[in-house]
Design a protein around this ligand. Structure first.
Ligand SMILES: NC(=O)C1=CN([C@@H]2O[C@H](COP(=O)(O)OP(=O)(O)OC[C@H]3O[C@@H](n4cnc5c(N)ncnc54)[C@H](OP(=O)(O)O)[C@@H]3O)[C@@H](O)[C@H]2O)C=CC1
Ligand SMILES: Cc1cn([C@H]2C[C@H](O)[C@@H](COP(=O)(O)OP(=O)(O)O[C@H]3O[C@@H](C)C(=O)[C@@H](O)[C@H]3O)O2)c(=O)[nH]c1=O
Ligand SMILES: [Mg+2]
Length: 298
């Protein structure tokens, strides 16, 4: 089976590549040879690669920058996934894609379900929602894993930012009024492999039967403040020395940024459990594993 894996230099793509490389023929082009900011170039490239399965974790993920780069964000996150989905649907090639909690407005406190009404607050969220809709509209066999707050021991992410800041500053000020589930790229990749495994060659019929959107996040919930606190205490327990003395919980209004983030990013895991029989680790369990991996590189 030949799998086209985009974004293999990113967090989720990298984790998927590590888990899949011994089980399948993985074609993992860089953005130089498969550029999602050039949607018109992709169909021809797909013809020459000829994948049996497409996994597309590549995305424009710079949330604040997207406010100023709307066109690029939409080309990468919406138009190109649409082109890939059209190509795939015509050939009944299954497509795996990734969505985000940022498609929601964050109102209320109930976890969002797959069929909850989206209302993005940011350009990034709008562009990701447009991608989800373009893929659904192509009507081929597809699965869109909706995740949140993704991080890994390598890559650009909140974990790495906090480790750097905690080394430099005595006080961190972190928003405590946005609630969600920090999720490791590794936990996402493991769950996705488990989704794909039982069907093996028969992914298309499986996605036709139970595809669409599925929430895929670590279990439990916390705030960014809770996550930052757990990162610092987890590394201290592993012997890391930091400059930081205080981690102060603040309101989002005290941390001005370009893009508005949702207050309620909780995603309901019922469908993943009931239809795919997958139990996710808690965010604390996943963080422990990731801190062990990070510590090994420090
Ligand atoms: N990060 C997060 O917190 C969350 C992410 N998601 C979604 O999960 C998926 C995976 O995210 P994650 O792994 O964190 O993303 P990363 O930002 O870690 O990686 C994104 C990847 O996309 C590639 N890419 C970006 N632009 C282009 C382009 N124009 N052409 C080709 N490739 C490109 C990057 O290439 P290069 O290596 O060259 O930069 C990189 O490999 C995405 O769909 C994202 O929207 C959902 C919720 C949370
Ligand atoms: C660095 C820092 C951040 N923050 C806040 C800002 C923001 O509300 C929150 C997280 O900051 P970040 O910029 O890392 O997070 P952000 O880039 O918004 O993360 C999002 O990325 C996209 C791709 C997604 O799809 C989302 O699920 C989510 O993971 O923490 C502080 O309060 N204090 C700080 O010192
Ligand atoms: Mg970010």
């Amino acid at each position: 089976m030949k799998i086209l894996l985009t974004g293999a230099g990113g967090q989720v793509g990298g984790a998927l590549r590590r888990l899949l490389q011994d089980r399948a023929n993985i074609v993992a082009p860089t953005r130089e040879t498969f550029d999602l900011s050039q949607p018109a170039s992709l169909a021809e490239k797909l013809d020459s690669i000829g994948p049996d399965l497409i996994i597309n974790p590549a995305a424009y993920t710079a949330v604040d920058r997207a406010e100023d780069e709307r066109e690029t964000a939409f080309r990468v996150n919406a138009e190109s996934p649409g082109v890939m989905a059209q190509w795939a649907a015509r050939r009944r090639v299954p497509l795996v894609h990734f969505s985000t909690d940022y498609v929601f407005d964050g109102s209320g406190e109930r976890p969002w379900r797959e069929d909850s009404a989206p209302r993005p607050l940011s350009v990034y969220g709008e562009s990701k929602l447009a991608g989800d809709l373009a893929i659904a509209g192509a009507d081929g066999p597809h699965l869109i894993a909706r995740t949140s707050w993704v991080y890994a021991a390598t890559g650009a992410n909140f974990l790495k930012t906090i480790v750097r800041l905690a080394g430099e500053r005595e006080e961190l000020r972190i928003v405590a009024d946005q609630i969600g589930a920090p999720t490791t790229a590794d936990a996402i990749a493991r769950a996705m492999v488990a989704v794909l495994q039982p069907a093996d060659e028969d992914v298309a019929p499986m996605f036709e039967k139970r595809g669409g959107v599925v929430n895929l996040v670590c279990a439990g919930e916390t705030s960014w403040h809770g996550f930052a606190s757990a990162i610092v205490s987890g590394l201290k327990a592993r012997g890391t020395q930091f400059a930081v003395k205080q981690i102060v919980p603040i309101a989002s209004s005290e941390f001005p940024v370009k893009a508005k983030r949702p207050s309620n990013s909780r995603l309901d895991l019922t469908r993943l459990r009931e239809q795919f029989d997958i139990a996710m680790p808690t965010w604390q369990q996943a963080l422990d594993r990731e801190l062990d991996a990070l510590k090994a590189t420090m």
